[in-house]
Ligand binder design. Structure first.
Ligand code: AN7
Length: 358
């Protein structure tokens, strides 16, 4: 008998192996990602005068604090299976953090290409700590991804951006978890759209679960881009994308066709929200429900507020929004948004009471 404590959750590959392209030969590189909480947030719904049920899928609870770990466990396991030694990605931050962690775990080299100066500090700290070779490109994410594609064609490195199909395969497990938790698919699924891998993955996951008769319905997919980086909504690539939500500062998404299929086939929608709207939602969910998600993650919440204002959500709908990354990833944005004015007092009870108005 094995007396060691066993983790009750084995990670997404072991748990959903029958739905994933793995065999018993695949060396599974895992940090026990997945099984993230789906939290009911009635306070947020009341604050925005919504008449529906909203649950948020908190992907910040993954090992590197974003949804990227679901796809990375599979991409790195398959790279290892093929004998690759070096993985590479372009990133607005979270993919690089995840790739660096899983490469460390797999004893592989990792190279990350980041747009110089526009990475949230927490994400940069992660890539550095996990020991990735971190290269800043004098350009944006789209330019970094172009270089990564070219390097991939040399056959010397394994690309782990979401153009790698195993990333999508791993990420679709979030849709499975939502169906398992709710007993069926929600009526609407809201999520942010950057490079458009995740919306593609969720739609694939819901469709496969439906085909396997593990859910009876399919959700309408509602994706949200930042107004300054909204190529899919605007109908053309954006050469100089700008937004406070640095994770989704992407002007030419690799997953554009997948995103279009997802919203059109599901009778959903792709919309855009301004930085002001994103930051308002970011601050609100932290204060109504104690959930601190990074700005990009709050684009779908801003989108939901817009939908309430437009009256596009039927009363009583069941909605899931994916909160893709942790608020602590971007401490600068948090402190600016919350407004930090230090209250400095002498070290006495009376001084504190005076500030409290007592
Ligand atoms: C928190 O890390 O593209 O539409 O290089 O970090 O699947 O790209 C991150 C994207 C949403 C958008 N929320 O997802 C990267 C990167 C957060 C993100 C997205 C990202 P996709």
């Amino acid at each position: 008998m094995n007396s060691r404590p066993q983790s009750p959750w084995p990670g997404v590959i072991h748990h959903y192996a029958e739905h994933l392209p793995v065999t018993c030969e695949t060396p599974i590189v895992t940090l026990l990602e997945g099984n993230t909480p789906l939290i009911h947030v009635p306070n947020f719904v009341a604050a925005i005068s919504g008449k529906f049920e909203l649950h948020v899928k908190c992907e910040a609870l993954n090992p590197t604090c974003s949804f990227k770990d679901r796809g990375m466990t599979l991409a790195v396991s398959k790279a290892k299976e093929r004998g690759a030694e070096v993985i590479i990605c372009a990133s607005t931050g979270n993919t690089s953090a995840s790739a660096a962690a899983y490469a460390a775990r797999a004893k592989m080299k990792c190279v990350v290409l980041l747009p110089n100066g526009s990475i949230a500090l927490g994400k940069l700290a992660q890539a550095l700590m996990y020991g990735a070779t971190t290269i800043s490109i004098e350009g944006n994410f789209d330019e970094a991804l172009r270089i990564v594609r070219e390097l991939g064609e040399t056959g010397k490195v394994e690309v782990v951006n979401s153009i790698n199909p195993f990333r999508i395969e791993g990420q679709k497990t979030a849709a499975f978890e939502i169906c398992d938790a709710l007993g069926d698919a929600p009526d609407f699924h809201f999520l942010p759209v950057g490079n458009a891998g995740n919306i593609t993955a969720y739609w694939k996951g819901y469709q496969e679960y439906h085909a396997a008769e593990k859910c009876d319905t399919l959700p309408k997919m509602y994706g949200w881009q930042a107004a300054g980086a909204a190529p899919i909504v605007d109908g053309h690539p954006v050469t100089d994308p700008q937004t406070v939500a640095s994770a989704i500062r992407i002007g030419y998404p690799a997953g554009w066709p997948g995103a279009t299929a997802a919203w059109q086939e599901s009778k959903g929608h792709i919309g855009k929200v301004t930085d002001g709207e994103i930051l308002a939602a970011y601050k609100l969910i932290a204060r109504t429900d104690g959930i601190f998600a990074e700005p990009a993650s709050c684009a779908p919440l801003a989108g939901l507020i817009k939908c309430v204002q437009n009256g596009t959500i039927p009363e009583g709908s069941l909605i899931v929004a994916t909160l893709t990354g942790h608020g602590l990833k971007d401490p600068d944005c948090a402190i600016k948004t919350a407004g930090f004015v230090p209250i400095i007092v002498p070290p006495t009870k009376e001084a504190v009471m005076k500030v409290m108005g007592l």
